[in-house]
Every structure is written in C-alpha cells, then in structure tokens.
Ligand binder design. Structure first.
Ligand code: PEP
Length: 250
C-alpha cells in the first residue's frame, strides 16, 4: 500500500481567529478536490473552532499544535485530548522542537501525550530532529534513534497506524536553511529502520514520515518527490494561503 502523503500547516503562535478564518476562506478553493495528499491545518487553540467550522465538508482536517496527556484535572492552562476531540480536532502535533526547547518537553512527556492521543482517536504528528551542534558532532543518527525509541516507548504495533512522525532538523526550522532531499531521506531511513525494529516491518513500511524545516513553494517538489519523504510539516510558509496552496499543489 503506498503511503498517502500528509501536508500540515503549523501556524505556531500566529493569527487571530478572524485572520485564521480569512486564511481558510482563501485557501480552500486552492485545494478543492485535492486527493493526492491529506491536508491538515494546525492553528493555535483560540482559532481551532473557527477553522473547523470553515473547513467542514472540505476534506481539509484540523489539528492542534500541542495537548496535555490527561483527560481532565487540575492542570491550569492545559488542553486535553477529550476537549480537542469534542470540537472536531483530528490531529495533534506533539513534541515540536519549540516545545522541547522553550517548554521543557522530553521524550517521556511526549510519549505520554502520544499514548493519550491514540487513546482518544487523535492522529499524533510527533516531531524528532537534531540540533545543529548534534549534526556537526556526527550525532544525528544517535539523536534520531534515541528520540524515536523514546516517543514510541510502550506502543504496540496494533496501535501504530495513526502515528505520523515528522523529521524536523532543528537547524532548518525557521532559518531558511533546508535539509537537502538526500539529507532528509537519509534521516527518514534511520527513523524508519528504528520503527521496523520496534514495531515490525509492516508498520514501518506504512508509517508516514514527514519532513519539516523551511519547506517553501520553491523546494517542495524536490523534497516531496523523494521516495522516503511522505509529506511535510510547514511553518512560516504555511501562513499565507497562496504559499501553502503552492506547497500542497507542488
Ligand atoms: C515548523 O514549525 O514545524 C517548521 C518546520 O517551521 P518552518 O517551516 O518555518 O521552518
């Protein structure tokens, strides 16, 4: 079974609800009847509902950029998978490098979130990737293996189908510096090999591994036509409907 590519927009902490609605209105006609890829918009929490309302019936899905691992409780400021599911969210980005860097997320906390997402029927888009110093020290593979094992710890092969991994080399995020298709492919191969060891060859073959890191309309085609690359997680270039539309329609 060929892997259906997934292209997700990570808007980070940008756009008010009105701006998010405006984006969606302008973006949807650009991808009407687009069947080749699964498309997911990930606005901030305050815009989830308006984007879900605007995208209903379009085939475009809506994801959260984070979530907490508990169903409910005294966790001020957090949002649970139950709450996300209740408003029509279908995906959740977990363990983005900005969350690891600024909010002290670890493989262990990300693993808890991933299990909670699966339990509640949300598709996790779980991020892994090395920082520049690790790449320069020749530690990329070591980091990818550690993170892949950490975020997937305790997951059974039978639960794994919804999981999407995003390889996001941290040195390429928001820097304008993109991994070459070869660098990305190599990293994806390392991740897929580890998934095969952990969950078996069939799961590894069907798991989608996205690339993220300064994907733009100009480099989308070269990246996405690589056999090992099953789509993209797009930050900056997803904020403009025309630009994200061009990436989806590469
Ligand atoms: C991201 O936020 O996941 C990302 C890859 O950002 P950018 O495309 O801006 O590098």
């Amino acid at each position: 079974m060929p892997r259906k590519p997934l292209i997700a927009a990570n808007w980070k902490m940008y756009k008010t609800p009105v701006q998010a609605q405006e984006f969606t209105k302008n973006f949807l006609p650009l991808v009407a009847n687009h069947e080749r890829d699964e498309i997911v918009l990930c606005p901030s929490f305050t815009s989830l509902s308006v984007v879900i309302a605007a995208a209903t019936g379009s085939g475009v899905a809506v994801g959260a950029q984070n979530m907490y691992s508990a169903d409910e409780g005294a966790f001020t400021g957090e949002t649970s998978p139950v709450m996300l599911k209740a408003i029509g969210v279908t995906h959740a980005i977990l363990g983005h490098s900005e969350r690891r860097q600024y909010f002290a997320e670890t493989d262990e906390t990300i693993n808890k979130k991933l299990k909670a997402a699966l339990q509640h029927g949300l598709a996790p888009i779980v991020c892994v990737g090395e920082v520049l110093a690790e790449r320069e020290a020749g530690k990329t593979n070591e980091v990818l293996l550690r993170q892949t094992r950490g975020v997937l710890a305790g997951i059974e092969a039978t639960q794994a189908a919804p999981i999407v991994i995003a390889y996001e080399p941290v040195w390429a995020i928001g820097t304008g510096r993109t991994a070459t298709p070869q660098i990305a492919s190599e990293a994806h191969g390392v991740i897929r090999g580890e998934v095969a060891k952990l969950l078996g060859g069939t799961v590894a073959e069907s798991m989608r591994i996205l690339y993220g890191g300064s994907v733009k309309p100009e480099n989308a085609s070269a990246l996405m036509t690589e056999e090992e690359i099953d789509g993209a997680l797009v930050g900056g270039a997803s904020l403009d409907p025309q630009s994200f539309g061009k990436i989806v329609n590469y």
